[in-house]
Design a protein around this ligand. Structure first.
Ligand code: PSV
Ligand code: MN
Length: 405
């Protein structure tokens, strides 16, 4: 289907509906979805890691792949790093390499869950020496922020317990608060700390930061530069994520997202595949919050087990773009009128109208105006980048560990 030839008709329809199409396009051009370095390396489930031909093996290769996704999509100009997976000796050189590739380094993600000493937790561990090691690692990550020009320290803790009585829940809460207060002091000027929550896994009795309320309460104690990170895969079945987003936005404490899709647990699947309407609901809250959403960081967090990594990442970025486009073309004035009149189904229909609009012609036009291919997925499939890196990098080792190495 030639989306470009359908654009004028769609543009006319949107204008008639009172939407400023040029404004919508300008916003779409400014969209920024960060991709994660760990999405480009080999990863898998705890049962098996299937080696992917061409999977990135080093921080440099992961940045090159992220830059390729940006080149195709035009809206993924930064890459999140996970330390120590992406650790290099010369941060200045890595920053320079990223700039040459056309991307910047985004959120720095410390890893305080993979080493043996973290078996009983990191900042919440009952052992003081382990807590100190975890804090030192996060302080080192603040230094990496400085050296790479990153403005975000993105924290996720595997801390929790497996059995009732294993440790004092309140004791662990206090250790968490004092540990993060220490790290907070080392944030570079203007840097923010994003606190991610997840209700279970790897801990199965309690998780120290199990939900948004706990992350929010912790952020409030730390200070204004501590905010909550919503990973869309980290909620119990049926949780209304859009509601959480609206609440945190209104309180000025929504720091960012880790987008991915889930059906059962923390599945880390391609964004928008299982839940496109939920993704749209989230973007509707973001768009309707106006400038309150200005500093929200949009990041993808997914790991690919059986799917081609680059294509999967591209699809995730594009699905965020589709959801945002649909949220931008909601007739918010009409929605407000319906709400004020108490017209339950009229209001819902305003959202459905936007959701059911085919925004592909609009996005094709935006991409052409940005100098990109109107159909990035087709461009990816035509291109030889994936085949080239497969022959250059080969197939990495496969094994049983679920995390990239
Ligand atoms: C945990 O499941 C998580 O979502 C955190 O964001 C980590 O940083 C990421 O996965 C990679 O392990
Ligand atoms: Mn995450």
């Amino acid at each position: 289907m030639d989306h470009l030839s359908h654009y004028p008709a769609l543009a006319e329809r949107l204008t008639k509906a009172g939407l400023n199409v040029e404004d919508v396009k300008a916003k779409l051009k400014r969209q920024h979805i960060e991709t994660p370095s760990w999405g480009y390396g080999n990863s898998g489930t705890r049962f098996k890691v299937f080696a992917w031909p061409g999977a990135a093996r080093t921080a440099y290769e992961r940045i090159a792949d992220a830059a390729y996704i940006h080149q195709l999509s035009g809206i993924a100009p930064s890459v999140a790093l996970h330390i120590p997976w992406d650790k290099v000796d010369d941060w200045g050189a890595l920053k320079q390499y990223a700039a040459e590739q056309g991307v910047v380094i985004g959120a720095i993600n410390p890893n305080v869950f993979q080493d043996d000493q973290y078996k009983l937790g990191s900042v919440c561990s009952p052992f003081g020496a382990v807590r100190e090691e975890a804090i030192a690692h996060m302080v080192e990550c603040c230094d990496i922020m400085q050296k790479t020009g990153s403005g975000l320290l993105s924290l996720w803790f595997a801390d929790g317990t497996n059995y009732a009585g294993q440790d004092s829940i309140r004791g662990r809460k206090h250790r968490l608060e004092s540990g993060l207060a220490e790290v907070y002091k080392y944030l570079p000027a203007g840097g923010r700390m994003l606190i991610e929550y997840k209700f279970f896994e790897p801990a199965f009795y309690h998780t120290d930061l199990a939900d948004w309320g706990m992350a929010y309460a912790t952020a409030l104690k730390l200070g204004e530069r501590a905010q909550v990170l919503v990973d869309t895969g980290h909620h119990a079945q049926g949780t209304n994520i859009a509601h959480i987003v609206a609440f945190l936005l209104d309180e000025g404490r929504l720091g960012g997202f880790h987008f991915n899709a889930r059906r059962y647990a923390d599945d880390d699947l391609i964004v928008g595949t299982t839940n496109p309407f939920e993704l749209f609901e989230i973007f509707v809250e973001l768009v309707s919050a106006g400038s309150r959403a200005d500093n929200v960081a949009y990041m993808i967090d997914q790991s690919h087990n059986i799917e081609p990594k680059l294509e999967a990442m591209l699809l995730s970025v594009l699905n965020c773009q589709v959801a945002y486009a649909k949220a931008l073309i909601v007739d918010y004035r009409k929605l407000a009128d319906m709400q004020a009149a108490g017209d339950v189904l009229g209001a819902q229909q305003v959202l459905v109208d936007a959701y059911e609009t085919d925004v592909r012609p609009l996005l094709a036009q935006v991409r052409v105006e940005m100098g990109r291919d109107p159909d990035p997925l087709a461009a990816y499939r035509r291109d030889d980048y994936a085949a080239r890196v497969a022959s250059e990098r080969g197939a990495g080792v496969s094994g049983g560990s679920g995390y990239p190495g």
